[in-house]
Ligand binder design. Structure first.
Ligand code: ADP
Length: 160
């Protein structure tokens, strides 16, 4: 069985992330969306909230699983018996960090590959931080996140 892991903070999930998940799911038997617990920045949404938003956004897609992880990604890969890491690339600015992470992981376990997928051109500008900034300041986030989770995101972030 070909299993890939798509790690990230998903704070919150956006249409850019979903596009990567949907495309990856066409090439692997299973995609494990791995939600990072201990990111260095404090997330706006709790782990439970981030997982729930992903679940709602995915709406029961059958070969996608949602899990959370802390610690080393490589340990999580072993736990899941997966040998491919999926990463999305937007601008050149993503490249340097992702190159470093891919090489670091390869150095720990040479059997694990990182596959990079280019962003969908419609979402190349889209990040979780921009969604948060817009929602916080009362701007529309239509088309940036799935309609099913838009209300929850706005309700959480909108300045009182
Ligand atoms: P971000 O805050 O950058 O959205 P995440 O940690 O949630 O960060 O991102 C997880 C993965 O999804 C990373 O590989 C990131 O490059 C990728 N990603 C994020 N947004 C997009 C997008 N709009 N298009 C393609 N890939 C994306």
């Amino acid at each position: 069985m070909k299993i890939c892991v798509y790690p990230g903070s998903f704070d919150p999930i956006t249409n850019g992330h979903l596009d990567i998940i949907n495309r990856a799911s066409q090439h692997f038997d299973k995609v494990v969306v791995a939600v990072l617990v201990n990111s260095s920045k404090t997330p706006a949404f709790s782990l439970e909230e981030r997982v729930d938003l992903i679940k709602t956004a995915l709406n029961g897609k059958d070969n996608v699983e949602i899990e959370s992880f802390s610690g080393l990604l490589i340990d999580f890969m072993h736990e899941k018996e997966a040998n491919t890491i999926i990463k999305g690339l937007r601008a050149v600015s993503d490249f340097e960090y992702e190159l470093q992470m891919a090489l670091l992981n390869k150095n720990i376990d040479n059997d694990i590959e990182t596959f990079f997928m280019m962003t969908n051109i419609n979402y190349s500008f889209l990040s979780s931080s921009s969604v948060k900034e817009l929602a916080k300041n009362g701007a529309k986030i239509d088309g940036l996140v799935p309609d099913e989770i838009k209300g929850t995101i706005v309700a959480k972030l909108m300045k009182k």
